[in-house]
Design a binder for this molecule. Structure first.
Ligand code: BT5
Length: 264
């Protein structure tokens, strides 16, 4: 029996977290789309948008994100970075992935990995994806909309033919009974705590400890047909991925328009 979400249950489950306004949608196009609109109108810090169904859930580079009502979590959190945080904006992309990793580890006592920049893997399969989008008004950053989609319960991971990379759901990896609302609370609590550490050295170290494919060959593809192959060395302080290329040189790649694939 899947538990349905509603605004009251959400508010109750998230009580005590320092959130701004909470929006619940039975159905919407995309919580990120709605979040960008709300951010543009001037949102409260840590405004949360949660949807049971998304008709136009999106990933990076215009890709689609699939949400299974009753079994997934799809939400967006509006963060309003301070001046100091704005100089570390690229790390906001990594923040969501790391928060989901930590939440899974605490909730289910299992190991996680991040596929750069921010896909969360369980046993080599994708269980969560993050889409961080900035809302600019001229020179001013009105907010970062951190969209998170997580496959939690059976039936939430799309079948192999529908995804670019094997997908899984958390419940398939743990005997702990996964419950969507308590898991949502766990992720948000981690996000709020980790955000305070985003400018500490330890933040990128913690991320690197979970980095998938270290010392393994991967290919990075841009949306425009360029690709680079190399062995993963790690990530830099600003979140860029470091590869050793075939000619022996090292190169770093910014978070953004690149997609990583393991080779073989
Ligand atoms: C992501 O993009 O992984 C970011 C996904 C962010 C989704 C959240 S849900 C709440 C908020 N509102 C939104 O509209 N979006 C955010 P990317 O790395 O580009 O991966 C997209 C690819 O993942 C797709 O092309 C599919 O191959 C695959 N995919 C789609 N749905 C999936 C799922 N439920 N589980 C695993 N893989 C999936």
């Amino acid at each position: 029996m899947t538990e349905t979400l509603n605004a009251e249950k959400l508010k109750e489950a998230l009580q005590g977290l320092p959130l701004g306004r909470i929006y619940f949608f039975e159905e919407t196009d995309s919580t990120n789309e709605q979040g960008l609109e709300i951010a543009a109108r001037g949102a409260e810090e840590l405004t949360l948008l949660v949807a049971e169904r998304q008709t136009a859930g999106r990933g990076r580079l215009g890709r689609k994100w699939v949400t299974a009502p009753g079994a997934s979590l799809a939400f967006s959190l509006i963060l309003k970075p301070s001046k100091a945080e704005i100089s570390h904006l690229s790390l906001f992309s990594l923040l969501g992935g790391l928060a989901v990793c930590r939440a899974i580890e605490n909730y289910a006592q299992i190991a996680t990995q991040v596929k750069w920049p921010n896909d969360v893997l369980l046993n080599g399969m994708k269980t969560a994806g993050i889409l961080a989008e900035s809302c600019w008004q001229g020179e001013q950053l009105a907010g970062v909309v951190m969209g998170i989609g997580i496959n939690l319960l059976p039936g939430s991971a799309p079948p192999a033919g529908e995804v670019l990379y094997p997908a899984t759901c958390l419940q398939d990896h743990t005997p702990v009974k996964v419950e969507r609302l308590s898991f949502l609370r766990a992720v948000l609590a981690q996000l709020i705590v980790l955000r305070q550490q985003i400018m500490d050295e330890n933040f990128i170290q913690e991320y690197t400890r979970r980095l998938a494919f270290v010392n393994q060959p991967v290919t990075l593809n841009s949306g425009q047909g360029d690709s680079w192959s190399g062995v993963v060395l790690g990530v830099q302080a600003d979140g860029q991925l470091r590869l050793r290329l075939a000619d022996g040189t090292e190169a770093s790649f910014p978070i953004g328009e690149l997609r990583l694939r393991p080779e073989g």
